[in-house]
Design a binder for this molecule. Structure first.
Ligand code: AHR
Length: 501
């Protein structure tokens, strides 16, 4: 007989607060890679295309995810990209061999189309400047092109391209993964820092209201981590507002127990970089603050096709996501809430087709398993992140030893008196009884409870069976004497929404 799992307790207090949840934690990333832009967002040949060539069905599905900010145009693509190629009359834009992904870039989609896309989506743009093959002058010229009022050369060029009003782009990235040997024009920390600082100065002289993200080292397993971050920050501290981090994870050993515990370990990456920020700030005796921008994060390990064979819109890294991937994504979102004190931006990489929650064919669209945790968090996580105290039984993992079965985050919006608790049961076999215990003031009621769960960690949505992994509403438990009881099935995400009145 299997022993019943002991009950886990989650203690919540609306006054025990971690910090404000930045809406920019629910961002996305769109790169000129594979079929993210072409055949994804923009596909004039699709039966779903509107008069501008945008896919109506893609825009509608993206609207459900409601990305608050979208980073563009790369990624590794950025380091060989000259933005002038993608503006002006379409028939005059060059077709180029794109070296990062060995593809053909038609330049039919560029900065202005991206701005139109962002306006349609109601999302904030985050533009990268090329610090690989690009110059600091080219970077500053793009800020002028986007943000200056008409009357000078670059702004007048924008007006001549049909956009008299400035685009008003506030968020900018200083290159991409510049420590990576794979990066076009990669640099060492010192060389990057000097180039980034000079680019930053010119860009902020063009528009002092912009916010800049400095490239951090491109992963925790890189030899550059975290020394690169320290060096780059020491040179650029006063000029920048965010330090980027990138992470991709996967279940390469087909060890689901360890995989489901992996997000637990990602906390280390945040801790180390948060400590580096504090160290540099103290060392420089600065009053300026720099926060973290996790501007590429996702599961990526199954489809490693990265060479386009010099074709347009090749199928590259079109990862198919399953239930266990969705539960990893859910825990990552939990982590964002728990570390919202230092983490202010995060961009899911990417948004369509390329390691994305949405897959398309010319005719149809599929919401993958990972679509749903993002949607649930985006909808419910508002206001303040609460410091939930969790007591849960542990399970044994091969890679990380004993890890709690339960992963939790919680939010509370004092403005509306609404709250949310996000709970992942990592067990593959055991239902987990959980008690939610509100200390001090408990909410009046649980207004809604939603669950994403399944018996098979490898279950995935397909075009033939598109809703195999999708959330369902469950009966909302009552709050009695400040407590509510839940039974979390194995392999599940449960979201509980509360109201004070
Ligand atoms: O998102 C795919 C690629 O992963 C990006 O282009 C790059 O920045 C990262 O290595």
């Amino acid at each position: 007989m299997v022993e019943p799992t002991p009950t886990a307790q989650v203690y919540l207090d609306s006054q025990r607060v971690i910090g404000e949840i930045s809406p920019y934690l629910f961002g996305g990333f769109a790169e000129h890679m594979g079929r993210c832009i072409y055949e994804g967002i923009f596909d004039p040949a699709s039966p779903h295309a509107d008069e501008q060539g945008f896919r109506r069905d893609v825009l509608a599905a993206l609207a459900e995810l409601d990305f608050s900010i979208i980073r563009y145009p790369g990624g590794n693509f950025l380091s060989g990209y000259h933005w002038r190629d993608g503006v002006g009359p379409r028939e005059q834009r060059p077709r180029r061999r794109e070296l990062a992904w060995q593809s053909i870039e038609t330049n039919q989609f560029g900065v202005n189309e991206f701005m139109d896309f962002c306006r349609r989506m109601g999302t904030a743009p985050m533009l990268g400047v090329n610090l690989g093959t690009g110059t600091i002058e080219e970077a500053a010229a793009l800020v002028e092109y986007c943000n200056a009022p008409v009357g000078t050369a670059m702004a007048d060029l924008r007006a001549a391209h049909g956009y008299r009003e400035p685009h008003g782009v506030r968020h900018w990235c200083l290159g991409n993964e510049m420590d990576g040997p794979w990066q076009i024009g990669g640099l060492d920390a010192e060389a990057y820092a000097l180039k980034a600082r000079e680019a930053a100065k010119m860009m902020k002289w063009q528009d002092s209201s912009i916010k800049l993200t400095l490239c951090g080292s491109s992963g925790m397993d890189m030899p550059t981590f975290p020394e690169w971050d320290r060096v780059a920050l020491e040179h650029c501290w006063e000029q920048v507002d965010y330090l980027s981090l990138h992470t991709y994870v996967g279940n390469r050993d087909d060890d689901t127990g360890s995989y489901l515990a992996l997000p637990h370990r990602l906390e280390e990456q945040v801790d180390t970089l948060a400590a580096t920020l504090r160290y540099v700030k103290a060392r420089l005796r600065s009053r300026h603050e720099v926060h973290l921008s996790w501007d590429e994060w996702n599961v990526w390990y199954k489809d490693m096709t990265m060479q386009g064979g010099w074709t347009e819109a090749p199928h590259l890294i079109e990862e198919v996501y399953n239930l266990e991937d969705a539960l990893v994504v859910a825990q990552w979102l939990n982590l964002f809430l728990r570390r919202c004190d230092v983490l202010h931006i995060a961009c899911l990489a990417q948004i369509v087709n390329v390691i994305a929650p949405i897959l398309t064919t010319r005719e149809s669209l599929l919401r993958q398993s990972t679509f749903y945790p993002f949607q649930l968090f985006r909808r419910a996580a508002r206001g303040l992140a609460l410091d939930a105290h969790v007591e849960a039984p542990h399970y044994a993992t091969q890679r990380f030893g004993a890890v709690p079965l339960l992963d939790v985050s919680a939010s509370y919006d004092p403005g509306t008196g609404t709250g949310a608790v996000f709970l992942v049961n990592r067990s593959q076999e055991q239902p987990l009884p959980v008690e939610l215990l509100w200390q001090r003031q408990a909410p009046q009621r649980i207004t809604e409870a939603v669950r994403l769960a399944g018996a098979d960690p490898k279950a995935a949505n397909t075009f033939e069976r598109p809703t195999g992994v999708a959330p369902t509403a469950i009966t909302a438990p009552s709050i009695v004497d400040g407590a509510a009881q839940l039974l979390l099935p194995p392999l599940s995400l449960t979201v509980v929404l509360t109201a004070d009145a």
